[in-house]
Design a protein around this ligand. Structure first.
Ligand code: DGL
Length: 271
């Protein structure tokens, strides 16, 4: 089936998932929407996140996507269940895949998760990890400064490492963490600095690879994989400024993207 896979995030973070989808599913076409104008979602209320997410979903449904990937942990935490119930297409979030990946990595069952305030407040990782393995000890920490660090490149150089070190300090006091989940799709963009701050004994896990694998399985299960020859006509939309998007895309994809447009999305009615 040639229809595209829709990918949404509050900004550029979901590009880390889109990149992995392109790598694992080279025949698939993606339509990406980042709500950069209203980013960050992590400090917003659940109602706001639900409202904005439905607006992004409606935008992509008009483009007749065949599957939706919520490449945002905050939106996954607050909307996955309702979107899976209400939409007629398969919907995949990033929390379950991230939790599964961490369980594969940990040797001592001490897993930490960092994410936005919304994701950490929702307890979604802790619940998912414990559902898979009730023996897991979960240490959760909100890092509200990381998304603005990634989205506004101007702050990037200034006190960058210091902010990361200070934010992660509480985790260094927790005994024996061997695995750290990047519970926000923006964080892989600053993974090296996170690894440096937390130390090399801790394995860092992000959900992108596992999410792409799950997408592949679900496409196959629903018999909606694209079997036609690969055409690289992915489309990228942002509600904000193109400049930041372009520079971050270059850093992630190691090349610039062509089809990138700024769009205004309409108010949606939550179903
Ligand atoms: N990238 C998103 C996530 O995975 C959200 C970042 C934000 O908007 O706060 O949670």
């Amino acid at each position: 089936m040639e229809n595209a896979i829709g990918v949404i995030d509050s900004g550029v973070g979901g590009l880390t998932v889109a990149h992995e989808l392109m790598r694992q599913l080279p025949k698939e076409r993606l339509i990406y929407l980042g709500d950069t104008l209203r980013c960050p979602y992590g400090s917003r209320s659940e109602d706001e996140v639900r409202q904005f997410t439905w607006e992004m979903v409606d935008f992509l449904l008009q483009k007749e996507i065949k599957l939706l990937v919520i490449a945002c942990n905050t939106a996954t935490a607050f909307t996955l269940e309702e979107l899976q119930k209400e939409l007629e297409i398969p919907v995949i979030g990033v929390i379950q895949p991230g939790a599964r990946a961490a369980i594969n990595y940990t040797h001592n069952n001490n897993v930490a998760v960092i994410g936005t305030e919304g994701t950490i407040r929702s307890n979604a990782y802790e619940e998912t990890l414990k559902t898979i393995n009730s023996e897991i000890n979960v240490f959760s920490l909100a890092c509200p400064l990381f998304v603005p660090l990634v989205e506004s490149r101007s702050v990037y150089e200034y006190k960058f490492k210091e902010i990361i070190q200070k934010s992660l300090a509480p985790l260094k006091m927790e005994q024996n963490i061997d695995t750290l989940i990047l519970g926000c799709t923006h964080y892989p963009i600053i993974k090296d600095a996170i690894q440096e701050a937390i130390g090399d004994k801790v394995s860092i896990v992000s959900s992108s690879e596992e999410t792409a694998r799950e997408t592949s399985v679900v496409l196959d299960l629903h018999q909606i994989l694209n079997h036609k020859p690969y055409k690289s006509n992915h489309q990228f939309f942002t509600t904000g400024k193109i400049e930041i998007f372009t520079s971050i895309t270059k850093a992630i994809f190691k090349s610039s993207i062509k089809n990138l447009k700024t769009v205004t999305i309409e108010k949606a009615v939550i179903r």
